[in-house]
Design a protein around this ligand. Structure first.
Ligand code: ZN
Ligand code: ZN
Length: 212
């Protein structure tokens, strides 16, 4: 079985998720923005070994601890999409601005593109490219878990900011309606911040994408 636990990290309370497979007792960390000792402690508590880092996008609160964790554990960095290269290049600068001690530049072991898959044990998650908040933003969809890890694309009752460099509102709306909604109304999503919701609930009531 696949399992997951969401661990809010950093002063931004970013929802880092530990996803693990209890057959192989291996885990992936999605968006290790910081507070790395809490992430490794969670893996220890579940008796699993972190073998991969998956990134939705390269904002500091999501990617700030990536280089340090990858070096500590000697694990590959998978994602995001190459559109976020400039955000990765700016990580140290973002870190200085927001007081993130662990923020370092890194090179992903593997970049992701729309339609790619990532694997954990016998399980496969589908990657969708969802630009708009950042140009290289991806989301991870597990049909087995009926869950999507969507970073800062969509929130319960809101959507991601688009006022950053290369952010674009219309592109974000298209990502949500064309790439998230087809995952199904009953799919539960884990946003980058705040509580979980379902796509169906957001389609009914989200003021930004309701009725789409
Ligand atoms: Zn972000
Ligand atoms: Zn964020």
């Amino acid at each position: 079985m696949l399992h997951y636990q969401t661990i809010p990290v950093t002063p931004f309370q970013q929802n880092c998720s530990l996803v693990w497979d209890d057959t192989t007792q291996t885990a992936a960390v999605i968006d290790p923005g910081g507070d790395l000792e809490r992430l490794t402690a969670a893996a220890d508590a579940h008796g699993v070994r972190i073998t991969q880092i998956w990134l939705t996008h390269a904002h500091i609160d999501h990617a700030g601890g990536t280089a340090t964790l990858a070096r500590q554990l000697q694990v590959p960095i998978i994602g995001p999409h190459p559109g976020d290269q400039f955000w990765i290049d700016g990580l140290a600068e973002q870190g200085r601005r927001f007081g993130f001690p662990q923020a370092e530049v890194f090179t992903p072991t593997r970049w992701l593109a729309d339609g790619d898959t990532v694997e954990l044990g016998a399980y496969m998650l589908t990657v969708r490219h969802c630009p708009g908040h950042t140009p290289g933003h991806v989301v991870f969809h597990s049909a087995d878990l009926n869950r999507a890890f969507v970073g800062d694309v969509l929130f319960a009752g809101s959507i991601g900011r688009t006022d950053f460099p290369q952010g674009d509102h219309a592109t974000l709306i298209a990502s949500i309606t064309e790439r998230l909604w087809p995952m199904g109304n009953d799919t539960v999503f884990i946003p980058g911040h705040g509580p979980e919701s379902t796509f169906g609930r957001e389609r009914r009531s989200n003021p930004y994408v309701g009725g789409t």
